[in-house]
Ligand binder design. Structure first.
Ligand SMILES: [Zn+2]
Length: 495
């Protein structure tokens, strides 16, 4: 990259970024005339551990003006680390913190230093390695904490933090996961964010959880297919107590979930209820309103968990930005959209990243429609159900038989960005949509091009986005498609 371009990109960065640029240039740099626009890049750990950081950051800057790095810095999932374990999907993989746990921040949690420390990459502190180099390029670093679902096989102390299903069995993976009401999970997470906030020169933290409430999982109303309807969560001791404190009849909630499970199993077996799928579903809700109360307990508990993260980070340094990754399921599941009202989290958010991966959305949404057809929407042929959903969501997309091959349009990005922006109106919350750059697709589905990526980027800003998160991982992106994002950002005057 030439020096002139480097300086130009640095100028649109933040104060922290400018400090790095000044040190390199030794020249007077004009003050940016407009507020900086967030251009963020998530990345798995491996290239940060092993790669030529200067060359990589220069590439991100040159192609797309990236000024923030979002590494998957804590995970027990190998794909987020960027490694292929021996012996299967998880195999001998341990994972954990790719920085260094500072144990003084972790109180009253069963997880030990060994549990938390990722031994991969020789136990190096990746944040310590990355932050100064990134800063030199005008790039701030935001630890991206995307919650794991799969129980880490080699870390037995995690089991006690996981949810319990409505049959009383501990969960070990999606749609279950760690319980937001489990004080030991809360203590660990708050310790982790405090550790990052106090120990490193970061710009902020993004936390995310790709899960939804147990009722929607029981009904199979999800982008994740084939979920066992017998694994509704959460009925752990902490949730039972919280439910009782809220005045919910716990045993009736449990019986209601039993009935919902039977309803879904019959639907998937093609046994049409005498009165129809929808009427039968609605009657179950009438008979067991405790099910909805339990669903709401789950969702509000997650929001309370997020608020606690926000307060913790802000108590360390109010200047750090705290925000949330929103699972793509929120954007095309009207039930999940209802549960995840951005207005409800606006009071404790600096930014929200709705995942709006328009290219891969086609296949994902078709999968969602098929799943929903297996229970509540069994009365409708899938192509009709899809039309109903698209109208409920206010999207205008290709018909059922073509959608997986075409993907969603850039118009989806614009509409969903605008909806998010309007949801948080009146709060100083920024919306940074995640746009699709080569998110992996199934066979026969559409692929990104520089032009399609450029259209999605422009659509996000047309929908009044205040920044953008190039998604979902630098290691997945074809260089020319990343440049497609950069061309659009230049055209818009953002970089
Ligand atoms: Zn629980």
């Amino acid at each position: 990259m030439n020096r002139r371009h480097f300086i130009k990109l640095g100028v649109v960065g933040t104060g922290a970024a400018l400090a790095g640029v000044e040190a390199v240039s030794g020249q007077n740099i004009p003050v940016a005339s407009k507020p900086s626009t967030m251009v963020a890049m998530p990345i798995s750990v491996a290239p940060l551990a092993n790669g030529d950081l200067d060359a990589m950051f220069a590439d991100m800057l040159e192609r797309a003006g990236v000024n923030a790095l979002f590494p998957f810095i804590y995970s027990h999932e190998p794909h987020r680390a960027g490694v292929v374990p021996e012996g299967g999907r998880v195999g001998n993989f341990h994972g954990g913190n790719y920085a260094r746990p500072h144990m003084e921040f972790y109180h009253d949690t069963p997880l030990t230093r060994e549990d938390m420390t990722a031994p991969e990459f020789g136990g190096a502190d990746i944040l310590e390695r990355v932050i100064p180099v990134a800063k030199k390029h005008g790039i701030r670093t935001f630890p991206f904490l995307l919650e794991d679902n799969t129980l880490p096989a080699l870390v037995p102390h995690w089991q006690g933090l996981y949810e319990v299903d409505h049959h009383g069995r501990p969960t070990t993976g999606h749609p279950g996961g760690p319980c937001f009401n489990n004080p030991y999970y809360q203590n660990f997470t708050l310790g982790l964010v405090e550790d990052y906030a106090r120990s490193y020169d970061i710009g902020g933290i993004m936390w995310g959880s790709e899960r939804q409430g147990g009722l929607l999982n029981t009904l199979g109303i999800s982008q994740s297919g084939g979920q066992d309807p017998g694994k509704t969560t959460c009925f752990c001791e902490f949730c039972l107590k919280k439910g009782r404190d809220r005045g919910i009849d716990v045993e009736r909630a449990r019986r209601g979930y039993d009935e919902m499970e039977n309803f879904t199993r019959a639907g998937r077996a093609g046994q049409r209820p005498r009165d129809g799928y929808f009427a039968t579903f609605w009657r179950l809700l009438l008979n067991y309103p405790e099910v909805l109360a339990w669903e709401n307990l789950w969702t509000t508990s997650r929001h309370e968990f997020q608020a606690a993260i926000y307060r913790k980070v802000k108590s360390v340094n109010p200047a750090l930005q705290v925000g949330w990754h929103g699972w793509q399921n929120i954007s095309f599941n009207p039930f999940h959209r209802a549960e995840e009202n951005y207005a409800d989290v606006a009071g404790f958010s600096d930014f929200i990243r709705p995942a709006l991966y328009n290219n891969v959305a086609g296949g994902r949404f078709v999968g969602f429609v098929k799943n929903a057809h297996g229970s509540v929407f069994g009365d409708l042929p899938p192509e009709v159900a899809q039309d109903v959903f698209l109208r409920q969501l206010n999207y205008n997309e290709a018909p059922y038989d073509k959608l997986a091959a075409t993907g969603f349009s850039a118009d989806y990005v614009e509409r969903e960005t605008r909806r998010a922006v309007e949801s948080v109106a009146g709060h100083p919350v920024q919306i940074w949509p995640g746009v699709d750059i080569d998110v992996p697709v199934s066979a026969g589905e559409s692929h990104c091009t520089p032009e399609s990526v450029g259209r999605a980027v422009k659509a996000a800003f047309k929908g009044s986005a205040q920044g953008i998160i190039l998604s979902r991982n630098y290691t997945e992106m074809k260089p020319e498609n990343l440049s497609g994002a950069g061309s659009a950002l230049k055209e818009l005057g953002m970089i």
